[in-house]
Design a protein around this ligand. Structure first.
Ligand code: DGY
Length: 322
């Protein structure tokens, strides 16, 4: 029987089906599995079911000659060396589609929270600062209007389009930049150079790749509309965090809502932590009970197909099948 290693216990019951088709071992400890732990447990396995926190690089692959498939419980696959896996003919499963609305909801939650200073106001009340000497007044916790503002979406894939649908409900004008042209009703496609200075709100919804790494660097951030709000629910590494913190410091950027970071978990010296108008979340874009269960089911279904010698239903490198 093939040996398969799963790097975390998964929601739902589907793993039990996988356990009947292979010799399954699951890392059940709380917290992250270390790179050395992954190496140790993967040795001798033909299959890996992993999370976005598990890195599979060329060096690891070279020591795993028996590996035949990888299935990640994530839509993003930037934690996996896709080029090296494809060279080896190893199919990579992922979970597109099921987390689209949940992630778009998170983007909008962060956008609204940042614009209307919700997290800052919550801290204010909790810390007993809401007193007679600091009470309701005309300029008390004033923020920015979302309704009627212009939203610029970077990356008009499924999640970007779902963000655009939500924006339409708020009466926003929607601009988008996408590498290839896609016609989406109600969305004006523009260049990145045009989107940044025109947008009151910018939502990052593009995948992390060599082309998008540091896409929003200091130079591009400097061209954003003064007083803009930036939301990132895609991946850390697309936005230069230091440049964003500097732009918040100098008042160019009004606020930000950030769910994803270059280094996760976030280091406590990250410059974004010092800004009261940055709403921070610990990579929870897809974190609802139903969506996480669907993602787990898809990850297991991809693994089941690979074990049966069939193409994975959701493969991030379909070239391995041609
Ligand atoms: C993914 O699946 O890539 C998401 O980042 C999870 O929230």
């Amino acid at each position: 029987m093939s040996k398969v290693f799963v790097t975390h216990s998964l929601p739902g019951e589907r793993l039990q089906v996988l356990a009947q088709r292979c010799e399954l071992s699951v890392w059940e400890q709380p917290g992250l599995l270390s790179p050395s732990g992954l190496r140790q447990h993967l040795t001798g396995c033909e299959g890996l079911v992993c999370l976005l926190t598990d890195r599979v690089d060329r060096a690891l692959l070279e020591d795993m000659p028996q590996l035949r498939f990888v299935s990640s419980m994530s839509v993003g696959v930037d934690h996996l060396d896709i080029a090296a896996l494809t060279e080896r003919g190893i199919p990579v499963g992922h979970t597109p589609g099921v987390l689209v609305d949940t992630t778009a909801d998170t983007a909008f939650a962060l956008l609204l929270a940042a614009a209307r200073r919700v997290a800052e106001a919550d801290r204010f009340v909790r810390h007993g600062q809401w007193r007679d000497d600091k009470a309701w007044s005309p300029d008390f916790f004033v923020g920015k209007d979302v309704s009627g503002a212009t939203l610029g979406i970077i990356g008009l894939g499924a999640i970007g389009q779902a963000v655009a649908r939500r924006a339409a409900g708020f009466g926003m004008r929607v601009l988008a930049w996408n590498r290839s042209a896609i016609q989406v009703p109600g969305v004006e496609q523009v260049s990145l150079e045009e989107l940044l200075p025109r947008s009151d709100f910018v939502s990052v919804n593009v995948a992390l790749s060599n082309d998008t790494r540091m896409l929003l660097d200091a130079d591009r951030i400097a061209t954003m509309k003064p007083g803009a709000v930036l939301v990132n629910t895609a991946r850390g590494g697309i936005v230069d965090e230091q440049a964003l913190a500097d732009a918040l410091d100098n008042g160019l950027i009004y606020a930000a809502g950030i769910d994803v970071f270059e280094r996760e978990p976030l280091a406590m010296d990250n410059p974004l932590l010092r800004h009261p108008r940055v709403v921070l979340a610990p990579h929870i874009g897809s974190a609802t009970i139903d969506t996480r269960r669907r993602m787990a089911d898809m990850a297991v279904d991809n693994a089941l197909a690979a074990l049966a010698g069939e193409p994975m239903p959701h493969c991030a490198n379909p070239a391995v099948y041609s």
